[in-house]
Design a protein around this ligand. Structure first.
Ligand code: AMP
Ligand code: TRP
Length: 354
């Protein structure tokens, strides 16, 4: 896949990779089983998940405990969990290499989350911008789970002593909190180095994909407008239509990155192109300088369809095989438990449980 080849060339806190051996770093990341996976998830997180499974021990978790922090429908949650399993495999996650599982099946996540709730400070959580966004105006009516959501996220990572966490830019603040919680636990219980401070792995022009209808808003599964996002299971026709209808401005594309300043929609479309083509925004502008969106959009639509269509077809094929999907999750659960159980057992001893 073109996108992957650029990873190592970026100036990022990339973990060391070895062509023939698996490094000692441990990778963990999560995705919520809500709605369908969209292009932002794919470019911001999943392409890196796929690349990292080649060289690292990787744990990829469908975070169903996080999904119940907002109103949800039990049948939809079950269906979405299986659909997401199919989607992740269709994107290139190999269940033989990566441990793919759902969060609620490994009780250590919840147990550690409680302990870490007693380590994290109210003041830290009060600063979390995602809670403010998701809770909306009437914060009194938000669930307590939504408030402590980032502590559960820290527990996800720390239950595996993960060192690297590939995510989109919107998760930066949650990752900083995870580091603070790890450091405070180590300090309070005088166990220097027990929890590693996990490094966020946030990469390149796909780290923040914006809505196709409003370049100042994040592309999101939960946006009420379907035209705002490309879903991985859209058919080719729908994907191309969404790019054609994407909001733009009347100007031609500039010659350099600074020329995109103040043009959020143009910046977003060029960024998507660069991320899909495995190149930089600068290189895309070199090719399209002076061209209008009448030229640029068809090229972008072709690239989107060429990359995502095979994935969309594979999602359809895998989704029909529920038995296989469940067996992948069962196997993942066993592997995940075998790592998290001894770590959380040690945590319980450290805090003084008999
Ligand atoms: P979520 O759908 O909120 O569970 O997100 C799963 C992963 O996708 C996380 O690593 C997010 O940071 C990433 N992500 C979600 N939306 C975007 C976006 N619009 N641009 C880049 N990354 C994203
Ligand atoms: N909060 C993340 C999101 O919405 C999902 C998530 C849950 C996660 N636990 C995690 C991401 C642990 C990385 C590591 O995208």
């Amino acid at each position: 896949m073109k996108v992957l080849s650029k990873m190592k060339s970026e100036n990022n806190p990339a973990p060391q990779t070895h062509s023939n051996s698996v490094s000692s770093d441990r990778v963990f990341s999560g995705i919520q089983p809500t709605g369908t996976v969209q292009l932002g998830n794919y470019l911001g997180a999943l392409v890196n998940w796929v690349a990292m499974q080649e060289s690292h021990e990787t744990f990829y978790c469908i975070v169903d405990l996080h999904a119940i922090t907002v109103a949800q429908d039990p049948k939809e949650l079950r269906d979405n969990t299986l659909k997401l399993t199919a989607t992740l495999i269709a994107c290139g996650i190999d269940p033989q290499r990566a441990t793919l599982f759902h969060q609620s099946s490994v009780r250590e996540h919840s147990e550690l989350a409680w302990i870490l709730n007693c380590v994290a400070r109210l003041g830290w959580l009060n600063r979390m911008t995602q809670f403010k966004d998701k809770a909306g105006k009437d914060k009194e009516r938000a669930s307590v789970g939504l408030y402590t959501y980032p502590v559960l996220q820290a527990a996800d990572i720390l239950a595996y002593k993960a060192t690297h966490v590939p995510v989109g830019e919107d998760q930066k603040q949650h990752l900083e909190l995870s580091r603070d919680i790890a450091a405070k636990f180590n300090h309070d219980f005088d166990v220097a180095g027990f929890f590693p401070e996990p490094e966020p792995y946030i990469l390149g022009p796909g780290a923040r994909v914006m809505s196709l209808r409003d370049g100042t808003k994040k592309m999101s599964k939960s946006d009420p407008s379907d035209l705002s996002r490309i879903n991985l299971n859209d058919d080719a026709e729908t994907m191309a239509k969404k790019i054609r209808k994407a909001k733009t401005d009347p100007e031609a594309l500039p010659s350099d990155v600074d020329g995109l300043e103040g043009r959020p929609e143009a910046q977003n479309l060029v960024g998507i192109y660069a991320a899909l083509a495995g190149t930089t925004v600068k290189d895309v502008l070199r090719d399209y300088e002076g061209k209008g969106f009448g030229d640029f959009k068809p090229a972008l639509a072709d690239l989107v369809v060429e990359t995502l269509s095979p994935i969309s077809q594979e999602i359809g094929r895998l989704s029909a095989d529920e038995k296989y999907l469940k067996s992948v999750l069962d196997q993942g659960t066993l592997r995940a438990r075998s790592v998290a159980e001894p770590i959380v057992k040690q945590v319980k001893e450290i805090v003084g449980f008999l």
